[in-house]
Design a protein around this ligand. Structure first.
Ligand SMILES: N[C@@H](CCC(=O)N[C@@H](CS)C(=O)NCC(=O)O)C(=O)O
Length: 221
């Protein structure tokens, strides 16, 4: 099947965009990426993004939004699929993909906490989400398979951020989660996860947190 030109509208720190980049890279799909400033959204972007959010995918003249939908579309137009074929496991993966957005939100809230007390409070929510994901995992290499799947595209961006925090802020937020720590190692070893963010991601991410007055960024060395 010949594909239409693909353009992904991005913000350089967005984990939801990163999900789509991982899927595009994993599937070897050609694409162009266009970065916008979310604090100064261009009119052309607001005209095509109903919620004013990235990612937006332009496929020829068509426009798609919502990372999970974009990922399923990209997956479907480039078989073989990264979703299970059996209806129940496919539905379960979709449910965990939805849940993984709540992990990203909990991580975002914890990283933006502006005091140690607020951080502990937000970390409790994050730990609750992490523990549910760890309990749902199989003993396979990735979330529930030895093959990287769409649920892994959805989860991996959180681990890119945990890694920056571990390397620079002296906090291993996965320390109490052995299976997730192992999953992190497996994700971070993949070239299509490593290159799914800008080269200077760690620096830009920490600067963003610092600009927001984040408690964690005050621990950075
Ligand atoms: N449910 C959406 C969430 C996307 C999202 O929250 N994107 C953020 C950046 S990471 C955004 O564009 N925020 C802009 C805004 O809310 O004004 C998805 O999965 O695509």
């Amino acid at each position: 099947m010949s594909l239409q030109p693909i353009e992904l509208i991005s913000f350089n720190l967005c984990p939801f965009v990163q999900r789509s980049v991982i899927t595009l890279l994993k599937k070897g799909i050609d694409f162009k990426i266009t970065y916008i400033d979310l604090s100064n959204k261009p009119d052309w972007f607001l005209a095509i993004s109903p919620l004013g959010k990235v990612p937006v995918l332009k496929y020829g003249n068509a426009v798609l939004f919502e990372s999970a939908v974009i990922n399923e579309f990209l997956d479907e137009i480039t078989p073989p699929s990264l979703l299970p074929t059996e209806p129940l496991t496919k539905a379960q993966d979709r449910a965990w993909i939805e849940y993984s957005s709540q992990l990203l939100m909990a991580q975002y809230m914890a990283t933006l906490a502006t005091s140690e007390a607020e951080f502990s409070e937000k970390q409790a929510v994050l730990n609750d989400r992490l523990s549910k994901i760890e309990a749902a995992m199989s003993d396979k290499r990735y979330f529930n398979s030895d093959n990287f799947a769409l649920i892994d595209s959805a989860l991996a961006p959180a681990f890119t951020r945990f890694d920056v925090i571990k390397q620079h802020c002296q906090r291993d937020l996965l320390a109490n989660f052995p299976k997730l720590s192992q999953l992190a190692r497996h994700y971070l070893a993949l070239s299509y996860v490593q290159t799914s963010v800008i080269k200077e991601f760690g620096e830009v991410y920490l600067q963003y947190l610092s600009d927001k007055g984040s408690y964690l960024s005050t621990q950075a060395q």
